[in-house]
Design a protein around this ligand. Structure first.
Ligand code: DGY
Length: 303
């Protein structure tokens, strides 16, 4: 039997428990919080949790592993779309496109002016990438076409696309643009805090397409409000959706879009397919094509 949640809004906790109790497999979105208590409420027959996302910070993976439940995600297929989005946000913030469009629609365009909406140059600029996994590297690849100097900070990542590894302080002090590509973990929560932002150049632009929780939004508000950095462009926020009274929304130099990094038709189709493949493999007792906790298999003889 297949039970599909058909509503736009995610199920409440009570609805999630009620509807998933007794299932053999669970396919979830990043808006569903999946913890150990829910796994226990579902029952010991639960064979697989498959998320239609690459990030799995909404799932207690350690709790799943402790219960021998494989967790599937959708890496790879969204790399290009998310790197494109990081670049689109960077260009938009650098050239102040949303701000200029608001100005035009408000009927304020009276003439061409030499100093109207002056933005940041890409030529001769340095891009710093924090987190040099698949998506960070795809951003570096795109940066080559813009003649950007690229530096990155990421433990254990090998250089690629002409990018040079540096420590985080050097990256923040040298970069005109900083793009965040780390997963949200206990270690990376509020990695981008007041101290991080204080090290950035006064002309710097911050782009976050990773997870909202990586960034301390109050600290960001303070540096943007006082123009200590040039601008920020956020694809992700904490919480999501962002409450309409969030102070960041008052700022012209903060561009925010509603978590659209992977939002291209082809990418979302491929994510759905991978999520379904992980689910069906798990239901059949087979190894998931993309499993974030493969250690569960050591206890599963014959798989
Ligand atoms: C993911 O898959 O984790 C992305 O954030 C979705 O865009």
């Amino acid at each position: 039997m297949l039970d599909v949640w058909m509503h736009d809004l995610p199920p409440s906790r009570a609805e999630l428990i009620e509807r998933s109790r007794g299932v053999d497999g669970l396919l979830c979105l990043l808006t569903d919080k999946i913890g150990g208590k829910l796994m226990d409420a579902i029952g010991p027959q639960l064979k697989v949790i498959s998320s239609m996302s690459v990030g799995v910070d909404h799932i207690d993976v350690a709790a799943a592993t402790a219960r021998g439940i494989p967790v599937g995600n959708t890496p790879g297929v969204l790399t290009d779309a998310t790197a494109d989005q990081a670049f689109a946000l960077l260009l938009s913030a650098a050239r102040r496109i949303p701000e200029a469009e608001r100005f035009l629609r408000a009927g304020k365009w009276i003439t061409w002016q030499p100093n109207l909406f002056l933005g940041a140059d890409f030529a001769d600029a340095t891009l710093g990438i924090v987190g040099f996994g698949r998506i960070g590297q795809a951003v570096a690849k795109r940066a080559q076409g813009f003649d950007l100097r690229v530096i990155y900070h990421s433990p254990n990542a090998k250089p690629a696309y002409g990018a040079r590894a540096v420590d985080l302080d050097t990256l923040l002090r040298q970069s005109d643009f900083v793009s965040i590509h780390v997963p949200l973990t206990q270690k990376t929560r509020h990695l981008v805090n007041a101290a991080f932002l204080a090290k950035m150049k006064p002309n710097a632009i911050l782009v976050n397409t990773a997870r909202g929780g990586v960034l301390d939004q109050t600290a960001l508000y303070n540096v943007l409000k006082s123009n200590q950095i040039f601008a920020a462009a956020l694809d992700v926020t904490d919480p999501e959706p962002l409450p309409m009274d969030c102070p960041l929304l008052e700022l012209e130099n903060c561009l925010i879009v509603p978590h659209l990094g992977s939002a291209s038709k082809k990418t979302r189709d491929m994510m759905s397919l991978l999520a379904a493949q992980n689910l069906t493999a798990g239901l059949k007792g087979l190894r998931l094509p993309n499993c974030v906790n493969p250690q569960v298999y050591k206890n599963h003889a014959g798989i």
